[in-house]
Design a protein around this ligand. Structure first.
Ligand code: NAD
Length: 479
């Protein structure tokens, strides 16, 4: 059993003020794999005080030096990649091959992009070249609370820490209590990279405790949050009294518009994207909307692709999917599958219960529903499991209307070989991101949503901007 009860505050590992044990459950075995501590107000206060004390020094550190620390961090991160992959597989059940490639790889990708973006970023410049006495200074927002989820843990942690570090913010990270081990390891890496004390602090805790304490703390200048829309709302309310900045990356219910002229791999690609990470991705294309003439073929292809998705122990290498994160999520997914059946959707792959041969662990059958209609619960709620809803549309207009008829607006997708249509729909879809015909996201492309999917933009120069204030100077003196 791993025991990691300490927090990282002011450059050292410290015991919690009032120890409160929390068991981390391995979702593949349903057994505890680690014990951590949940912090309380005194721990939160200590971490915030350390970040506040470190702020003037860190803000005054030249950008090139701050970038240097992130470069060192990236070196350490790469050297300890295997430990990181093992930690994530253990605590949240991502198959080890996926942990090594995409889960760890996301961190390498984001840190690399921040280093490049920060080198190119103009932190200070004249408002216009002909009026140099009017100047724009981008300076750190201040002490940033970083609250992260368990589903792509290093992706979220590096998106926030990398950006905050180069921007000159000091930080308190509160990772998800479901996946604290990767964040504890990450804190060790920050220490090894030699960041000045107090720049980065880590306090474990839950939403009701440390999460709320950080959101309402008078000395926290901003909260950068990734997680559920429910928690995003609670954080916004808790932050309101101190009027701090709140950046939110929340849930999604992505539409994947598949036209009859889509490329031959489009349906299979959509299914595999949905099932990846056991369906636990905020940008999952969970509503596959298919043009009527291609609908029956697409349903057949989708069922076949889902049936070919293997489910197995995350410790095994391979391209299977693992369990979902915990019992609550497993139960919620089962309830939604039952709702799909009850409300009249047609089950064409998977269904209720565990996959054959897996009697323990929070495993879910890769599931596809056809004939889903827009008012059904499975078409409206974020399921956060390997469950795809296939829907039919007749016209482009109907497709856009249904795709946009959701409180969410994170990522939508278009599959068509008609360039004019692809671009027309891209403009009409109300989401922070649109990805067409299987094109991956470029280095530094901003990640974030519209509507109730949030308001932050993470990654590259856009991500750095999220941690910066704009100071408008009139009367900048010529030296
Ligand atoms: P969650 O909202 O339950 O928890 C996320 C984090 O918030 C955890 O650290 C948790 O302890 C904390 N938290 C919970 N309640 C809080 C409160 N009242 N105040 C302060 N902190 C609180 O979400 P989860 O179950 O860990 O993650 C899944 C959700 O995250 C999904 O809805 C998913 O779509 C979303 N997500 C969004 C993105 C994105 O970038 N848009 C990325 C990944 C996940």
């Amino acid at each position: 059993m791993i025991e990691k009860r300490q927090f990282y505050i002011d450059g050292q590992w410290v015991d919690p003020v009032t120890p409160r044990d929390h068991a981390v459950i391995n979702p593949a075995t349903e057994e505890p794999c680690a014990v951590i501590s949940l912090g309380d107000q005194a721990d939160t206060d200590a971490a915030v005080a350390a970040a506040k004390a470190a702020l003037p020094g860190w803000m005054a550190t030249p950008v090139a030096e701050r970038i240097g620390y992130v470069e060192k961090l990236l070196e350490v991160y790469k050297a300890r990649a295997e430990e990181m992959a093992q930690a994530m597989t253990l605590e949240m059940g991502a198959p080890i091959s996926l942990s090594r490639s995409d889960q760890v790889g996301a961190g390498t990708f984001h840190l690399t992009n921040f280093i490049r973006a920060a080198k190119e970023f103009s932190f200070e410049h004249a408002l216009r070249e002909d009026i140099p006495e009017h100047r724009i200074i981008h300076e750190a927002v201040g002490v940033a609370a970083l609250i992260t989820p368990w589903n792509w843990p290093m992706n979220q942690v590096t998106l926030k820490v990398g950006a905050a570090a180069v921007a000159g913010c000091t930080m308190v990270l509160k990772p998800s209590e479901e996946s604290p081990l990767d964040a504890i390891l990450f804190a060790e890496m920050m220490d090894e990279a030699g960041f000045p004390k107090g720049v980065f602090n880590l306090v474990n805790g839950d939403g009701a405790g440390v999460g709320t304490q950080l959101s309402s703390h008078v000395d926290v200048d901003m909260v950068s949050f990734t997680g559920s829309t429910r928690a995003g709302r609670a954080i916004s309310k808790a932050a309101a009294d101190t009027l701090k900045r709140v950046h939110l990356e929340l849930g999604g219910k992505g539409a994947n518009l598949v036209f009859a002229d889509a490329d031959p791999e489009a349906v299979k690609r959509g299914v595999l994207h949905m099932m990846e990470n056991s369906g636990q991705s905020c940008n999952a294309p969970s509503r596959m909307m298919v043009e009527a003439p291609f609908y029956d073929t697409a349903v057949e292809q989708a069922a076949k692709a889902a049936e070919a998705v293997k489910v197995a122990d995350p410790q095994q290498e391979g391209d299977h999917i693992g369990p979902v994160v915990n019992e609550v999520q497993w139960g919620k997914i089962q309830d939604l599958i039952q709702k799909g059946i009850d409300e009249g959707a047609r089950l064409v792959a998977g269904g209720l219960g565990r996959p054959e041969g897996l009697n323990k662990g929070f495993y879910v059958r890769p599931t596809v529903f056809a004939d889903v209609t827009p008012e059904m619960t499975i078409a409206r709620e974020e399921i956060f499991g390997p469950v795809l809803s296939v829907m039919k549309f007749e016209t482009e207009e109907e497709a856009v209307r249904v795709a946009n008829d959701t409180p969410y607006g994170l990522t939508n997708y278009v599959q068509s070989q008609d360039p004019a249509r692809v671009n027309r729909l891209t403009r009409q879809l109300r989401s922070g991101m649109v990805q067409n015909n299987g094109t991956g996201r470029a280095a530094g492309a901003p990640f974030g949503g519209m509507k109730q999917s949030g308001n932050g933009r993470e990654g590259g120069s856009f991500g750095i901007l999220d941690f910066l204030e704009v100071k408008s100077v009139s009367g900048w003196a010529a030296e």
